[in-house]
Design a protein around this ligand. Structure first.
Ligand SMILES: Cc1cc2nc3c(=O)[nH]c(=O)nc-3n(C[C@H](O)[C@H](O)[C@H](O)COP(=O)(O)OP(=O)(O)OC[C@H]3O[C@@H](n4cnc5c(N)ncnc54)[C@H](O)[C@@H]3O)c2cc1C
Length: 325
């Protein structure tokens, strides 16, 4: 492991300035992801700027929204979030293990790196880790890789459960960077790999996530997260589904469906939403939404199973959210 300097930030401005000044500096929050990457060699920072003491731990709820501080602990256990945004509480509670969840932060969760085995194992070429080196997943074992949104340069999937739920809730990520403050709709935070897989987000170097705003939409309260994985806990999603919907007299007035485990970023299943909007919320409409969820999928040799798995998971998530209230 390469030695690095350690700085404890005493203000948001200091954190931003210190990281922005050094292209090889990184923010350190809970450290549950970054320290593994440093130990294993995927990241080799000069300096870690510890943001753990910054006043970004609050969860503030009012009638219009909830604002979640980037360092807020155990968000999934917060009573307002459990009551008003079930999909978010369920997604947060399904991530990692209790020990990791105790240390991890919402900001760090959104910015964790892919679990693609070829990104994690530094002996293999990976365009995300070393731009231009190639993608070993394309010809390797790609059972866990993307069926949607990938490119000939990268088929890694995005790992965050929170990000999938936040996508279904139209969340907005608030940042402070060298160029000032920004509010970024979460769908614009993540980039598709295209021919530059190493560019994963729209954030500038030194741009700090300060909070996440979740609007109190009519569909947020009737929402649900379903995570399908190889074992019941401490595993990333093979496929996950976040659904949120507003019904009026049994008809779908508005709906969001976001998928995890299938694409390089949380994936809005717009064709599935379209199959539901304006329709009576019955078995026929739910089944149509399930079938539409994988529109545009390009499965490869080992991950074709994700297509029917995704379709069934969407159908099941929609059935469970309906039965739940
Ligand atoms: C064994 C294991 C299993 C896991 N399983 C799951 C799972 O099933 N689902 C899931 O969603 N996650 C899972 N995780 C990931 C875990 O949730 C993340 O490790 C954690 O959320 C990262 O948070 P952190 O605060 O520790 O981030 P750190 O490790 O401190 O940072 C992670 C990255 O985010 C950057 N960063 C952190 N905070 C900010 C900020 N405020 N602004 C800008 N940049 C920032 C850092 O520079 C770094 O690049 C798992 C992790 C482990 C180790």
């Amino acid at each position: 492991m390469r030695p690095f300097a350690y700085t404890r930030a005493h203000s948001v401005a200091m954190a931003v300035e210190t990281v922005a000044a050094d292209p090889a500096a990184r923010f350190l929050a809970g450290g549950t992801e970054l320290l593994n990457l440093v130990r294993e060699g995927q990241e080799a920072p000069n300096r870690l700027v510890d943001i753990g003491a910054l006043p970004l731990t609050e969860v503030r709820a009012d009638a219009r929204r909830v604002r979640i501080g980037a360092l807020a602990p155990l968000v999934h256990e917060h009573p307002e979030i459990r009551r008003r945004f079930p999909v978010l509480a369920e997604a947060g509670g399904s991530a990692a293990s209790p020990q990791v969840r105790n240390m991890a932060t919402p900001g760090g969760n959104l910015l964790q790196r892919t679990r693609c085995a070829y990104y994690r194992e530094v002996r293999f070429p990976c365009n995300r880790r070393v731009p231009g080196s190639g993608c070993a997943a394309l010809s390797g074992v790609h059972r866990n890789n993307a069926i949607l949104g990938g490119s000939e340069h990268c088929i890694a999937v995005h790992p965050s459960d929170l990000a999938v739920a936040l996508t279904a809730l139209d969340a907005v990520v608030r940042t402070r960077g060298p160029a000032g403050e920004r509010a970024i709709p979460i769908e614009e935070l993540y980039l598709l790999p295209g021919d530059q897989p190493h560019r994963e987000t729209a954030l500038a170097h030194g741009e700090l996530i300060t909070a996440i705003d979740v609007p109190a939409t009519a569909f947020a309260a009737r929402s649900h997260y379903l995570k399908v994985r190889d074992r019941a806990s401490f595993a990333f999603a093979l496929v996950s589904v976040a659904v949120a919907l507003e019904l009026r007299d049994g008809v779908v007035h508005d709906v969001r469906i976001a998928l995890g485990g299938v694409a390089p970023r949380p994936w809005r299943a717009r064709a599935a939403e379209h199959a539901l909007r304006g329709r009576r919320f019955d078995d026929t409409a739910r089944a149509a939404a399930g079938r539409a969820a994988t529109e545009g999928a390009t499965p490869r040799e080992h991950n074709g199973f994700k297509v029917p798995l995704t379709e069934r998971a969407v159908l099941r998530a929609l059935s469970e959210v309906d039965g739940g209230r």
